[in-house]
Design a protein around this ligand. Structure first.
Ligand SMILES: Nc1nc2c(ncn2[C@@H]2O[C@@H]3COP(=O)(O)O[C@H]4[C@@H](O)[C@H](n5cnc6c(=O)[nH]c(N)nc65)O[C@@H]4COP(=O)(O)O[C@H]3[C@H]2O)c(=O)[nH]1
Length: 865
């Protein structure tokens, strides 16, 4: 899967995008917060450092002040203690040539103005303080650059002594700030005083001097002073533990003078500016510093706060603290740009952290999504792929209750539904196949499937050099059975027939119901035509046995047409037509037989079709005529009946006997209207006979099975009787034995109805069928007509003699009238009369003749008797 098409990657991209945006926003917010915190932190530290700096300085100054105050007190005490003591006389001072006294007392020097007289007080003071001085001197040396005692009478003792040598003889120390600042005029309360910072030329350092007035017994005697190297102030700043790279300090006095500023200490040496002028730096201060000091002093920026202020072109964060003992203020500042660089560093760290976090998050998301989502979706996709490849039984894993599990559950439910639909669909397909390919009633193949089977079989024989046989068959008299017993019985008959057919065949053979009572059979691997004959005979035999339908048994014959492939044809349609033709021929030529297809069958069928067409025309053109053949009493020779025999006066072929057209009329159904015509004509003739005083002459009319099973037959018959006015008792309907054997309900009902009307019923061609006596007894039969085939060889043929004798005896015993047909000779007549036969019909007595000739004959016969 391409990287960008994966859900995981897309989700990841979205997550990373949102995380990045959030990261940037958080970074910005955190940056702002951090900047604020940074500034606040630095400001607090700045304040804290200021306070610490202040405290340290306070301590430093206080410690030194205490030390000097203690020195002053020690000196005062030694003077007080030695108030009455004398000074050795040899203790005095030598004036230098310039008049001033410059003497060394240990490490310190003594200087007296040239104009100051050397008094005892002077001597006593120096003498009695000398011991104390010398004791204290080592300690003071460690704390001050210089220390001194200046008396009101212009004596000064200074450590180090070297300082004295530089004094001019008229140098008046009492006029200097080191004296005046602490003297009672400027310092009436007698407090220790600190001078402003000044640049001390000798040690070349910035210096301040601490001055303490010396009072002895309440009287001002002078000033004790010490010089302090201010560089310690800077060292104090440096000693402050700080990560401020550019922390700077400054000190300014309450009256607005800048006492110290780190930068200035380095870059602006004061010696260029004269003695003490250096302390007043108002004029030289940078405008920024000036402004700051002014704002501080005006109260606009009170001490303790942190202020943004520009110093020397840079914005600084400045804070300052008061140093109360000195009336000084200590300020600290750092450039704001430092904050920016710190902020930039912090931001860099923040963004690095966010980037790291994002990377971690992205990887976590990626693998998390992969594990939780993509892997499972891919699994689902893989399984749906497999399902799509017809593995519909696969079910997706449903563990858990998250969205994917819900999806899997939903899809499983869908699969169940699809499977159900498939099952339904398969059933429907099977049903449709059954409907499409199988006959619903019998379960046999239908025409469609059979044709497919035949087509496949034809391909096979082409490949494998084999033969096949195609059999068509239909049931004789099926329509009659159907009409008389009803469709349900007809259906059951078809089912039974199909079962029998199946039983006659091998597994590899196919049998289909083509429709109605038509069946087709495909025999594969028929190496010789006779095998097809064997099967056909087997079928005829199997269907020859009665079939039980409800309470009745019926016998159906069948006519089978057979065609062979590839001998007759390789073409499917042609083969089917051949089989149909052959079946048609079989039926035409006798039923219950089979016929192989022959090419001349086509011609025969054509002839038959033409015949049917002509028959139809014959009916319209009144080309039919009835001939009558008499039936005589064998004993008396009297005419007892006549049989109406149909003749066709064909315009070209002349008189056509019934055997040539009755089968075609029956097959085509034309027998029904033709039979109607015969019935009406014969009834008319019967009425005529009746009128002509031949009422005892019965008129026999042939009725075919097809007519008899016609539903309207009885009502039509009644109508004819009514129309012609004939007496039903004068009529005899002749029904062939095979017609009765069909034994349909309708035909039987009609026979009974006719019999009830008084019509006689004769079984024609008796002896040629299989009717049993018990069966005959159930029929309303009045007459048996013995078939002429039994008479033909009489009296010579023993068998025929026996049969004829038996039939006549049986008929007599059952009280049936017996008419023997086909009596042609006198011996035949003699034999039949002897064996008890009552009536006869045949050429011996009369040929069938037209009605006029019949009447002449009847009249002649009447005269004879
Ligand atoms: N060899 C010989 N034949 C004799 C002799 N005496 C009579 N016949 C013939 O035997 C047939 C008797 O009629 P069938 O058995 O009912 O047999 C009839 C009957 O089954 C049928 N048929 C005739 N007319 C009708 C009709 O109107 N309706 C129906 N359904 N069938 C008819 O056609 C069959 C043949 O009729 P036909 O040709 O008229 O033939 C008649 C008749 O001419 C004889 O001594 N020797």
């Amino acid at each position: 899967m391409p990287l960008m098409t994966s859900i995981n990657t897309k989700l990841l991209a979205i997550v990373v995008l949102f995380a990045a945006i959030s990261g940037v926003l958080i970074g910005l917010w955190q940056g702002a917060e951090e900047s604020r915190r940074l500034q606040q932190g630095y400001d607090e530290r700045l304040q804290m450092l200021g306070e610490r700096y202040r405290d340290r300085l306070t301590q430093e100054f206080a410690r030194r002040q205490n030390l000097l105050v203690a020195t002053r007190d020690a000196l005062a005490d030694s003077l007080i203690r030695t108030a009455g003591d004398t000074v050795p006389l040899d203790f005095g001072f030598q004036r230098d040539p310039d008049g001033a006294v410059r003497e060394y007392l240990g490490e310190s020097g003594l200087f007296i103005h040239r104009d100051s007289p050397i008094t005892d007080d002077m001597r006593r003071l120096v003498y009695h303080t000398n011991g104390t001085w010398l004791n204290i001197e080592p300690l003071l040396k460690t704390q001050f650059n210089a220390f001194y005692l200046i008396t009101k009478d212009r004596v000064s003792r200074i450590w180090p002594a070297s300082l004295v040598s530089g004094h001019l003889p008229a140098h008046d120390v009492t006029q200097e700030i080191f004296y005046t600042l602490a003297a009672p005029v400027e310092n009436p309360l007698g407090k220790p005083r600190w001078t402003p910072i000044y640049f001390d030329y000798y040690p070349q350092v910035w210096t301040t001097s601490l001055l303490v007035p010396l009072y002895v017994n309440g009287q001002f005697e002078g000033v004790v002073g010490a010089d302090l190297d201010m560089s310690f102030l800077f060292s104090q700043i440096n000693q402050l533990e700080s990560d401020f790279e550019s922390l700077n300090g400054f000190i300014f006095s309450a009256d607005g003078e800048l006492i110290l500023h780190g930068d200035q200490s380095l870059s602006a040496p004061a010696q260029q500016r004269g003695d003490y002028e250096v302390f007043n730096q108002r004029a030289e201060l940078s405008p920024g510093m000036r402004e700051f000091i002014d704002r501080s002093r005006s109260g606009q920026w009170p001490p303790g706060g942190v202020y943004n202020h520009e110093l020397r072109g840079d914005i600084q964060r400045i804070s300052y603290q008061p140093l109360p003992e000195l009336d000084w203020y200590i300020g600290l500042h750092y450039p704001e740009s430092m904050l920016e660089s710190r902020h930039a560093e912090t931001m860099m760290t923040i963004y690095q952290n966010i980037a790291g976090m994002l990377l971690f998050l992205s990887l976590g998301m990626y693998y998390g999504l992969k594990w939780l989502v993509t892997r499972r979706i891919l699994k689902l996709a893989d399984m749906t792929e497999r399902i799509g490849a017809d593995n519909w039984s696969i079910r997706l894993p449903e563990s858990g209750n998250d969205e994917i599990s819900q999806l899997a559950r939903g899809m499983n439910r869908m699969l169940e539904k699809i499977n159900e639909l498939f099952r339904g669909l398969n059933n429907s397909i099977q049903d449709m196949e059954r409907l499409a390919y199988y006959d619903q009633l019998t379960g046999l193949e239908n025409r469609l499937l059979f044709k497919e089977q035949l087509r496949t079989a034809l391909y096979a024989i082409r490949r494998e050099d084999q033969n096949l046989a195609l059999l068509y068959l239909d049931l004789d008299h099926f329509k009659d059975i159907n009409d008389s017993l009803g469709h349900e019985a007809g259906d059951r008959l078809l089912v039974s027939v199909s079962q029998r057919l199946r039983a006659c065949l091998r597994e590899e053979d196919s049998v289909a119901r083509l429709g109605g009572d038509e069946f087709a059979i495909l025999l594969r691997n028929v190496s010789e035509p006779r095998y097809a004959s064997v099967v056909a005979e087997k079928i005829i035999d199997a269907l020859g046995y009665p079939i039980r339908l409800n309470a009745q048994e019926v016998v159906v014959g069948t006519s089978i047409g057979i065609t062979l492939a590839p001998d007759d044809s390789r073409d499917l349609e042609l083969l089917m037509r051949n089989a149909d033709l052959a079946m048609y021929q079989a039926k035409y030529h006798g039923r219950n037989v089979y016929r192989f297809y022959t090419p001349d069958m086509n011609r025969e069928v054509e002839q038959r079709l033409r015949l049917e067409r002509e028959l139809r025309l014959a009916l319209q053109n009144h080309e039919f005529e009835l001939y009558y053949q008499t039936q005589l009493d064998m004993q008396t020779g009297r005419v007892v009946g006549i049989e109406a025999l149909l003749r066709w006066n064909h315009p070209e072929r002349g008189l056509v006997p019934p055997n040539e057209f009755i089968p075609a009329a029956e097959d085509s159904g034309l027998i029904v209207p033709i039979g109607q015509w015969v019935l009406r004509a014969a009834c008319q003739q019967a009425k005529n006979l009746y009128k002509a005083q031949f009422k005892h002459v019965k008129v026999s009319i042939n009725v075919s099975a097809r007519q008899l099973s016609d539903r309207d037959f009885v009502s039509d018959f009644k109508a004819v009787v009514r129309d012609t006015g004939v007496e039903p008792e004068q009529l005899v309907l002749e029904v062939t034995e095979s017609t009765l054997m069909a034994d349909t309900q309708v035909a039987l009902a009609h026979l009974h109805a006719l019999r009830t009307l008084g019509v006689g019923l004769a079984i024609d061609d008796f002896g040629t069928g299989y009717s049993s006596l018990s069966y005959l007894k159930r029929l309303p039969v009045t007459c048996l007509k013995v078939d002429r085939s039994f008479v033909q060889h009489l009296p010579a043929d023993d068998e025929d003699r026996a049969i004829t004798t038996l039939i006549v005896a049986m008929a007599n015993s059952l009280n049936y009238r017996v008419v023997v047909e086909g009596v042609e000779t006198e011996p035949q007549w003699a034999f039949l009369r002897e064996c008890g036969c009552h009536f006869g019909q045949g050429y011996y007595f009369s040929y069938p003749v037209p009605v006029e000739q019949l009447m002449v004959g009847l009249l002649e016969a009447q005269k004879r008797h």
